[in-house]
Write a protein that binds this ligand. Structure first.
Ligand code: SAH
Ligand code: SF4
Ligand code: F3S
Length: 449
């Protein structure tokens, strides 16, 4: 029955933006091979789950999603970091096929084979990082929205002691800058106005020809995007040169995501992060000096093995000194196979939970103060949709990645200059003063408002 109709697939993405990007390419390549994408899992014949294993809970969610649909008799395909981590000898119940993070090039061919009764002997493909999906698909991909992600590199060589990513994404490889530029120009032609360049550590980008600041400079000069964002910056590798390129550009946004992880030098050393508390603060100060309006966001973990109250105080101290605009906060989750998983963990869950609550409170308190500094100033906002709380209002982000509530119902994609008149919680309330053409230059416009 299945062979006579167009096969329908549904893909659900867990984890980070890299998975979002990969899912886009997978969906594109399946469509090019004659599959049809549907909007709900119920309508689909084939269910794909692009999984994440950065924390245990994330891993469980991606696996459970597939199992639920296997029970309903669907064909289930696991992609992403959980699939990559599992080796040949491990059983993945509820999964018909699994593809490692560099094997997606094989996907359409193997799914078709499986449907025709040719189940591969080994259901987990590409687990040795042998294949890389740098095919033509990224260069030809169709944009789905005016904001898109673009991977500029794969893998990570840092081996922070708590982190599974180097095991699930393999060694670091930078895509050739010419390929990235081609992909960006293709997206631009389709009306994309904002791109986010992705890498686990974008500051170590090097394609044999260009370093990261040179890539940024190339993309700044050769494209016409409204905004070029990038993430993630490793504090050890962020350079003055990168900040200079941002300062001189009207496209590259001054939003720096700079994961702190912990404030205590002792814990940072155990995490193998390669910087001290003082060095981190110095880097943040350098950002503020070169880019006075920069938004600095971060990732912070509590409960790393051996973290004492004193260590945790150091984390709070950095939060207060750097004044983050936003922080993603996590409780440390041991990941099998990592160095930290072998460390003795004697902090109770109760203490970890308490530290997380205190941290979130402090982060929000500081972020609120940061937001109130926006009052009476003008910013550009790109409308992304309706406000969740009130459908007569719109929601969008400014250049600095701050999400605001915009007074009035504007269609998604509207680009405007607005004045911040108030702050509610962490959201600036924005009174639009001018709807602008997307390719006019923001700085000049603010002067004329
Ligand atoms: N490459 C990025 C991070 C990728 S993972 C970087 O270097 O910052 C995203 C975030 O998940 C990390 O910044 C970290 O805060 C968190 N994380 C990673 N491993 C974790 C673990 N084992 N337990 C809890 N949080 C973790
Ligand atoms: Fe993980 Fe560290 Fe690499 Fe980030 S830099 S992906 S935290 S190993
Ligand atoms: Fe998760 Fe893999 Fe990204 S572990 S955070 S999906 S690189």
């Amino acid at each position: 029955m299945i062979k006579t109709k167009k096969l329908k697939f549904y893909i659900r993405t867990f984890g980070c933006q890299m998975n979002v990007y990969d899912s886009r390419l997978v969906s594109e390549s399946l469509k090019l091979s004659g599959f049809e994408e549907v909007n709900t899992p119920e309508e689909a014949d084939v269910i794909l789950s692009n999984t994440c294993s950065v924390r245990q809970k994330a891993e469980e969610r991606g696996v459970k999603f597939l199992r639920d649909y296997k029970k309903q008799g669907k064909i289930t395909v696991m992609l992403g970091c959980v699939a990559q981590q599992h080796r040949r000898d491990q059983v993945l119940p509820g999964v018909d096929l699994a593809f490692g993070t560099r094997s997606y090039i094989l996907l359409p061919q193997y799914i078709m084979g499986y449907l025709n009764g040719n189940a591969p002997e080994n259901r987990i493909l590409g687990e040795d990082f042998g294949l890389l999906e740098l095919t033509d698909t990224p260069l030809k991909r169709r944009a789905t929205w005016i904001q898109e992600y673009v991977n500029i590199m794969q893998g990570c060589d840092n081996f922070c002691s708590y982190c599974i990513v180097p095991f699930t994404r393999g060694r670091e490889i930078s895509r050739p800058s010419e390929h990235i530029l081609k992909e960006l120009i293709n997206l631009q032609k389709q009306g994309v106005v904002e791109v986010t360049l992705l890498g686990q550590n974008v500051n170590s980008y090097f394609d044999g020809k260009r370093q990261f600041y040179q890539l940024l400079d190339l993309l700044d000069k050769e494209t016409e995007f409204l905004r070029i964002r990038f993430t993630t910056s490793h504090p050890r590798d962020l350079t003055y040169k990168v900040l200079r390129v941002i300062a001189d550009s009207t496209r590259i946004t001054d939003w720096i995501h700079l994961p702190l992880q912990a404030g205590s030098t002792r814990i940072l050393k155990k995490m193998r992060r390669g910087y001290t508390k003082e060095e981190y603060i110095e880097i943040a100060n350098m950002i503020r000096e070169v880019l006075p309006e920069a938004t600095i966001t971060t990732d912070i973990m509590v409960g790393f093995p051996g973290e004492t109250d004193e260590d945790f105080e150091d984390t709070l101290d950095v939060v207060r000194k750097v004044k983050f605009d936003h922080a993603f906060t996590f409780i440390y989750s041991p990941r099998p196979g990592t160095r930290a998983a072998k460390l003795k963990d004697d902090t109770s869950n109760e203490v970890k939970g308490k530290r997380l609550r205190i941290l979130i409170e402090e982060v929000n308190r500081i972020a609120h103060i940061q937001r109130t500094r926006m009052i009476s100033k003008f910013y550009d906002f790109l409308v992304e949709g309706e406000s969740r709380k009130d459908k007569s209002l719109s929601a969008g982000r400014n250049r600095g990645f701050i999400k605001g509530v915009i007074l009035g119902n504007y269609p998604p994609g509207t680009y405007l200059i607005g004045k911040v008149i108030d702050v509610k919680g962490l959201a600036p309330i924005v009174q639009p003063v001018k709807i602008i053409d997307k390719f006019e230059i923001y700085n000049e416009l603010t002067l004329s408002v």
